[in-house]
Design a binder for this molecule. Structure first.
Ligand SMILES: [Zn+2]
Length: 167
């Protein structure tokens, strides 16, 4: 899976892409030249809302994706289509949305003490833990919302394809 470098205007998208398993560096407070340096040295695709940075990257032969929408569903569709990735739920691999570490799948009994309430361990059956920040994630009631947004993204990807693909 492609490694990405998102500029500081794309925080929500950074969390989504990590959840879908992408290795995402979120470049907060970084100058354009530093973003380009890091993207080149770590072989990352730049994702930005900044047309100037996007053009600079392309001129240097670096892969870059320009986001032009203010809607994160549209932007996610553009990114996933550019990378030729069809997302699925639950993701095959997933990363901590907060710190980018690959999550480790665990059993409920292994993380029981870390859960906010004991009935979560009995009610749900898929859990992950972040080895860096110890945060526990599980497929719970919020999953419905994640699925809804992902369905919107997939729909947007299909529509974009109808408009732009001759295939
Ligand atoms: Zn983490």
């Amino acid at each position: 899976m492609a490694k990405l470098l998102l500029d500081s205007m794309c925080g929500r998208i950074a969390r989504w892409l990590r959840f879908l398993g992408f290795d995402v560096v979120y470049a907060q407070d970084m100058e354009d030249d530093d973003i380009i340096k890091v993207a080149r040295s770590t072989a990352r695709v730049i994702v930005t809302r900044d047309r100037g940075l996007h053009l600079k990257a392309l001129k240097l032969g670096l892969p870059s994706i320009l986001l032009t929408s203010t809607n994160h569903v549209k932007n996610m569709a553009v990114i996933l289509r550019s990378l030729d990735v069809l997302p699925s739920l639950p993701p095959v691999k997933t990363r901590c949305p907060l710190c980018n570490s690959p999550l480790i799948e665990v059993k409920a009994e292994d993380v029981k003490e870390l859960l906010p309430s004991s009935n979560i361990a009995t009610r749900y059956d898929k859990f992950w833990i972040c080895p860096s920040c110890d945060k526990v994630y599980w497929i719970g009631s919020h999953w419905k919302n994640i699925k809804k947004v992902l369905d919107e993204i997939l729909k947007e990807m299909r529509e974009e394809c109808d408009e732009n693909c001759s295939r």
